[in-house]
Design a protein around this ligand. Sequence first.
Ligand code: IDP
Length: 138
Amino acid sequence: MNQTFAMIKPDAVERGLTGKIINRIEEAGFTIVAMKKVQLSLQDAQNFYAVHKERPFFGELTQFMSRSPIVALVLQKDNAYSAWRDLMGATNPTEAADGTIRKEFGQSIGENATHGSDSEENAIAEISFFFSQFEINR
Ligand code: IDP
């Protein structure tokens, strides 16, 4: 699977970091095959993060993700999901390696600038949550 799903989260979009993050994505050799800016409703965020619904931070996470627009992307590269996870860095920006996007742009464990699918299976599901097959350039 050479595609994965990525998001630029509300904190980064609000701070005017969309262009810088897209630049990092392209410089790392990913091809952006789909992209759009949308605002999630609270229900959309709850559906997208349903896997986390029992976690203590679910309310905080879904409020955050629906407070202002996000940028949704489909990225293409060999081993796309793991390559994008590597470029993002650890969930908590304070634990993320130097040179990663979360290290540079993340503000807290919750407001950590970007999302990336954590498996090939989830990449397929998350791409189809946001994009129809006609919106993905091949
Ligand atoms: P990931 O995004 O690195 O895959 P997950 O553990 O799957 O990390 O968590 C999903 C998202 O939930 C994180 O990116 C972050 O925005 C948020 N999150 C994770 N842990 C916490 C926490 O302890 N407090 C608040 N938000 C959290």
